[in-house]
Design a protein around this ligand. Sequence first.
Ligand SMILES: *Cc1c(COP(=O)(O)O)cnc(C)c1O
Length: 425
Amino acid sequence: MSEYKIETKCLQSGYVPGNGEPRVLPIYQSTTYKYDSSEHLAKLFDLTAPGHMYTRISNPTVDFVEKKIADMEGGVGAMCTSSGQAANLAAIFNIASAGDNFISLSSIYGGTVNLFAVTMKRMGIEVRFVTPDMPDEEIEKLIDDRTRCVFGETIANPALTVFDIERYANLAHKHNMPLIVDNTFATPVLCRPFEFGADIVVHSTTKYMDGHATVVGGVVVDSGKFDWEKTGKYPELTEADESYHGVVYTRDFGNAAYITKARVQLMRDLGLTPQPLAAFLLNEGLDTLSVRMERHCKNALAVAEYLEKHEKIASVSYPKLPSSPDFALAEKYLPDGACGVISFNIEGGREKAMKFMDSLRLAEIVVHVADARTCVLHPASTTHRQLTDKQLVDCGINPGLIRFSVGIENVEDIIADLEQALAQI
Ligand SMILES: *Cc1c(COP(=O)(O)O)cnc(C)c1O
């Protein structure tokens, strides 16, 4: 890990050119690599020599971006994936098999709810949802000897609740499990969950990290701090992998055991691979991430304050508003800001909410969030329409809720747009 501050890491970590080499990360658009001897290649297949073998598993362009993100989060290694969904699947499947279960906060992204509750269930892995108001004793009743990890989102999409990372890290560690945190909305610029005890971080890089609505992607980052051997609970990491001639990840890869296994086993077998060009574009986004986050946070707070005073707005959710029930958590975990996403309810419910959305001119209706351009979405009729009313409520979503993703335009233009749209309802 470099000693630079996060703003510097955004630009300087990862790819560092040598004398006379291209300044900008090159796109290694190649599926294959060439070797001087078949013996060297055999070693790669046995994982006894480092190097690239096939782009489904690793690629130099992707590798440099992984190194940058690992450094930004303060981890020992990272694995980029084709999407945020793929990252969440890999993060959990890496340490859970059929018959196992895991604990997840219920206020998380709707796509993740589907992945956990429907698709992973078909793989024999059971999710046990808990709500933020559940005391530890209640959660502990759901933990048994097949419970493999605890999962939550730093800033929940779209409920915008703030995850009490330290509390859940302590709870997970007490039961010899890692805490996995989806840090998509906060990004490592606003919060680095490893500093609060999280063990694994995941992202949908599609959101702020890319930031320009250009490429879908995800990443899994390993802190290297969880002691898999000590717990005796994770044989997939501490016992021989027969698909690699008896490699033992903890013995052979030390504190990078988790992320190495994720790559050489899950990437190899599931092919959740990002393309080199996608990694290049993501890297361009990362370069400016810290500047964009600063503006997103400043603009969002101004918009939240404006909306809170408006008589046609029933409620506004933004963790940095002193009126937010999560304000204290936001002060602790997100001292520099709580990203650009705001949610609010319009007086008059669903119908007025739709009319309001249709009246916006600058803010565009798109299936996206956390983009440089201001955009807006109605979760109940779109991203979360697969969920039941009960699941909606558990995710913190009212049928009239609007998710407003404040961009980095001039904030006066954004507020003027809201003003004219609210005047029309
Ligand atoms: C968007 C999102 C995902 C899914 O990521 P994709 O890149 O769309 O697959 C997962 N978690 C969170 C918090 C998200 O916002």
